[in-house]
Design a protein around this ligand. Structure first.
Ligand SMILES: CC(=O)SCCNC(=O)CCNC(=O)[C@H](O)C(C)(C)COP(=O)(O)OP(=O)(O)OC[C@H]1O[C@@H](n2cnc3c(N)ncnc32)[C@H](O)[C@@H]1OP(=O)(O)O
Length: 469
């Protein structure tokens, strides 16, 4: 029986029903003004966050190193909030495809940005949810009273990825390094074969199955009966909404970047491209050939970019006179079959998060969901709206339903804005926080899938008096 029906049936003529009525009113008020269950003894706030413009790999950032992008996000964040470097207790960054020379990129970026060498920094990796993991690592450090003020971010640089020699060549070179005599070196040289020179190229692929993310997205779309036109339509929506948001100046998390060596200030994401349905329909499959339906236009593209945000307790923000954007209310990570359910993180994470926080789909004012592929997003929506999926895989009694799509990725998403893997999580949180202000909402959900068959869901609440600048 619904709450409203219970309330309607109350009889005002006896005391029991008066008491029931009062209770019903309180419950109705709670429905109108949902209050997520408070988990932390201290409120943790997202004070603000920034990102470099996200650029298609191989374009204006291509001569940089990744720590330089991260450095820019760190410095811009402090500049925006007018904070001293000394205030930052700890820095944690996400990175997926690492530059071998700067594997702890958090530390290298901090040193390059002029932070004291006494500020500890470490790097986390969790595929496309690496900067979500950076944020939640920071939340853990705050919740345990280890540190007060944390910078969390992420960086990805697909313009230059480590291309390795073959295993045979590496083995030969390592042995040659240890060889002491000319004879030993010549003996090793005689073992060389031309095929040793074939390089090992990194692939955006699942290690356990060897399958590329794109191939997996194509199979997922097919499993959930997602058509090519549904994918293209979703991709077009993403680009159209991103273009509108860009033109209206909503991307206030973006900080222009004067790229050294290039006489250009980059002040815009450069992957947003609104095409016609006809030109999208003409594109050939990018992964599964000749019959696949994932194309270059309905997939996220390889992107360079970095992001950073600052988190602390509400109390600390008040002490520092800072006006936060949002409360970081709750989060969880999910893991599932990395072969057939690789990209279903949101379908697993969203229901679990809502249940944990005591909320329903209707309580959410802003959805910010990582768009790895258009087909993956539509498949996740279909999974949430499927009794079979929700009963079989989520252990629920019925389907979760469909989130209100008028509140879904209203400023575009990774398909259009770009997806520098480890930097996306902070972008999702900042777009949520800023959308809650512009759209006058209270609660937002961030969710994303990641390689390895993992996912994240986070609950964000608008901070009273927050602004979208
Ligand atoms: C958890 C996760 O996030 S998993 C997701 C991880 N991310 C990925 O796996 C990245 C997937 N993306 C990719 O690997 C690449 O972007 C690919 C393979 C899909 C495409 O790469 P490329 O072939 O280099 O793309 P390119 O930009 O050249 O586009 C190919 C064609 O599509 C066209 N195109 C691309 N986007 C659009 C668009 N929005 N509208 C119209 N045409 C488009 C291009 O103009 C080009 O046409 P042309 O061949 O006539 O010149």
């Amino acid at each position: 029986m619904s709450l409203q029906n219970v309330c309607r049936k109350g009889n005002a003529f006896n005391l029991l029903n008066v008491a029931r009525k009062v209770q019903c009113r309180a419950l109705s008020a709670a429905v109108a003004n949902p209050q997520p269950k408070q988990k932390n003894s201290q409120n943790i706030v997202l004070v603000d966050g920034v990102r470099t413009p996200f650029l298609t790999s191989g374009t204006t950032y291509s001569k940089l190193m990744p720590h330089e992008l991260a450095r820019h996000s760190l410095l811009s964040l402090l500049q925006k909030k007018r904070l001293d470097k000394e205030l930052i207790d700890y820095i944690v960054y996400g990175s997926v495809i690492q530059e071998v020379k700067t594997s702890n990129i958090a530390r290298e970026a901090a040193l390059a940005a002029g932070f004291s060498n006494k500020t500890p920094a470490h790097t986390v990796t969790m595929a496309c949810i690496s900067s979500n993991a950076a944020i939640t690592t920071g939340m853990g450090l705050i919740a345990t009273n280890t540190y007060d003020v944390i910078v969390a971010g992420g960086v990805e640089f697909m313009s230059d990825v480590p291309i390795r020699h073959s295993r045979k060549m590496r083995s030969l070179l390592l042995k040659a390094n240890k060889a002491k005599t000319l004879g030993q070196r010549l003996a090793l040289l005689s073992t060389f074969r031309p095929d040793f020179l074939a390089p090992e190229l990194p692939a955006v692929a699942e290690f356990s199955s060897g399958e590329t993310m794109g191939h997996s997205a194509d199979r997922l779309a097919s499993a959930f009966n997602v058509s090519r036109s549904e994918q293209d339509e979703y991709a077009l929506r993403s680009h159209t909404l991103a273009k509108e948001a860009q033109e209206k100046g909503y991307f206030t998390d973006l900080v222009p970047f004067k790229v050294s060596g290039v006489d250009q200030i980059v002040d815009k994401d450069n992957g947003i491209r609104v095409s016609s349905p006809e030109s999208l329909a003409k594109l050939r499959p990018a992964f599964v050939k000749p019959d696949g339906i994932v194309t270059a236009a309905n997939a996220s593209f390889l992107t360079d970019g970095a992001s950073a945000c600052i988190i602390m307790t509400e109390e600390k923000a008040k002490q520092l006179g800072l006006k936060p954007k949002a409360y970081l209310r709750d989060f969880l990570f999910v893991s599932q079959d990395p072969v057939n359910q690789l990209l279903l993180g949101p379908a697993y994470g969203i229901p679990k998060l809502l249940k944990k926080a005591g909320l329903t789909l209707k309580d959410i004012d802003s959805w910010e969901i990582h768009e790895a592929f258009a087909g993956q997003i539509v498949a996740n929506l279909k999974a949430l709206d499927s009794d079979w999926f929700c009963k079989t895989y989520l252990g629920l009694n019925e389907k979760v339903g469909t989130p209100d799509l008028s509140k879904w990725n209203n400023w575009g998403g990774s398909l259009s804005i770009g997806h520098p893997f480890a930097a996306t999580g902070v972008r999702l949180c900042m777009h949520t926080a800023n959308r809650l202000v512009r759209e006058d909402g209270k609660l937002g959900v961030v969710a994303a899938c990641a390689a390895g068959g993992q996912g994240v869901a986070m609950l964000i609440e608008r901070y009273p008096g927050a602004t979208a600048d």
